[in-house]
Design a binder for this molecule. Structure first.
Ligand code: KE4
Length: 425
């Protein structure tokens, strides 16, 4: 078996940065990525046989832990009957029923193949429905790599320090207006000035792509009211938060009904899946029932549907979310106590199943505060933990993810390792 280094050396000659998605490249934390060859439960194993406790979970999908038996069995069983039909199949009907049953704001839904496709399609629908062109997003939010969103975006763009991407025509970038998250006055001022020209406001209701930033009390309700007042569609991008932070995502946690929602990650159980949906009067405007076009060869793929359905079925366990919340709290409280004991300026933002680690002596409630946190110290922490077999997101601007497979013993092991690393920071 090739070593991680040999694999990366080959990869860099063949793929940009040696990866198929930038955030995997360890660009901001330094060093070289490892190549995973197997995963099970809370663990990843790399090409050299090294085992890691994994707090990335494929960037969100692996809420059950890796290779859950029920998910693997569903994939194998479905695959034996064929991989893709190019016709409708019963499993996509079942997936639509499950998602619409789980999320009250969903009256209709369309399956796609990634979170990016979901958000791109939702914006096209909003522009087609309203006849308006402008879109509002928030600094630090990442909604995939669609041109409209690559303006002051988060995730890999923040990691690489290029929050606005070259290649996006100025004319298009100008149509994307950005606001500071949790800033009520800035939102009021923008809507007062341009509300009648805005097709949609899209946001991560909990930002997971500028590390983790929670909405201020009342902020989401304020945006809901502004959008309703100005005929602007409110789009919750729940690709990351959907079915993680609560059974029906952040919209359930905060009691807000968006006009459209986007999903991904968990609903594919590790297979390529995205979805967008919401009000029936909006979704019926999507081809072929309406004129707004969107399509996809592998949308509703039966094997991907099987993986997603098997995952969603496990989430229905009566105490699933209370246990996931307890694990998240155990981890974050333990890390905070370890940092405090070492006198390290550290804070942890957390919500069920997700967390954000900040090397900062101020609580982080804004993008600006997140940017003021000590990235160099995070990088030293990241490598110190990696050396001890614990894998956090390789970027100070990404959220962490915990799964049902992260036992108290593994969390306590993580905290013990952090005690050593904090002491050396
Ligand atoms: P994908 O196109 O990567 O499936 O989804 C895009 C997307 C949309 N909306 C939100 C809120 C997201 O978090 C994402 C993707 N998240 C990143 C992690 N920060 C994916 C990891 C990657 O780019 O490799």
């Amino acid at each position: 078996m090739s070593s991680n280094q040999e694999l990366f050396s080959r990869a860099r000659k063949l793929m940009p940065g040696g990866v198929n998605s930038p955030v995997r490249a360890f660009k901001s934390v330094g060093g070289e990525p490892f190549f995973s060859v197997r995963a099970e439960g809370a663990f990843l194993w790399d090409a050299e046989g090294r085992r890691y406790i994994d707090y990335v979970g494929s960037w969100g999908p692996m809420i059950l832990g890796h290779a859950h038996p029920a998910v693997i069995e569903a994939v194998l069983k479905t695959a034996r009957d064929g991989l893709s039909f190019g016709t409708p199949n019963p499993l996509e009907v079942e997936m639509a029923e499950v998602l619409i049953d789980l999320v009250p704001a969903l009256e209709m839904i369309r399956m796609v193949n990634s979170g990016t496709e979901a958000t791109m399609s939702a914006i096209r629908l909003a522009r087609g429905h309203t006849g308006r062109s402008r879109v509002v997003k928030f600094e630090g939010c990442y909604h995939g790599h669609g041109d409209t969103f690559l303006v002051k975006a988060g995730s890999g763009m923040l990691t690489l320090g290029v929050p606005t991407s070259p290649g996006v025509p100025a004319g298009l970038a100008d149509l994307t207006l950005t606001l500071p998250f949790n800033d009520f006055d800035a939102a009021d001022a923008l809507f007062a000035a341009q509300g009648s020209e805005i097709a949609a406001l899209i946001l991560e209701p909990i930002i997971g792509n500028a590390n983790l930033i929670l909405p201020s009390p009342g902020f989401l309700a304020h945006l809901r009211a502004l959008c309703s007042q100005h005929g602007v569609l409110l789009i919750f991008d729940e690709v990351m938060t959907g079915f993680r932070v609560a059974p029906a995502g952040a919209q359930q946690l905060y009691g807000i009904e968006p006009d459209l929602s986007t999903f991904g990650k968990i609903i594919g159980g590790g297979m390529p899946v995205g979805a967008y949906g919401g009000r029936r009067d909006l979704m019926e405007q999507i081809a072929p029932s309406g004129p707004i076009y969107q399509a996809g060869t592998l949308s509703g793929n039966p094997v991907a549907m099987a993986a997603g359905l098997a995952t969603l079925a496990q989430l229905r366990a009566p105490d699933f979310y209370s246990r996931l919340q307890a694990s998240t709290t155990r981890l974050c409280d333990g890390l905070q106590a370890a940092a405090d004991a070492a006198g390290v300026a550290f804070s942890c933002n957390a919500v069920c199943g997700m967390f954000g680690l900040f090397f900062s002596d101020e609580p982080v409630h804004s993008y600006a505060a997140a940017m003021r946190s000590d990235g160099a110290r995070f990088n030293r922490f990241f490598h110190g933990m990696l050396e001890r077999g614990i894998y956090f997101a390789p970027s100070a601007y990404e959220a962490g993810f915990i799964s049902a497979a992260h036992s108290d013993a593994l969390i306590d092991t993580t905290i013990e390792a952090a005690r050593e690393v904090f002491a050396g920071l």
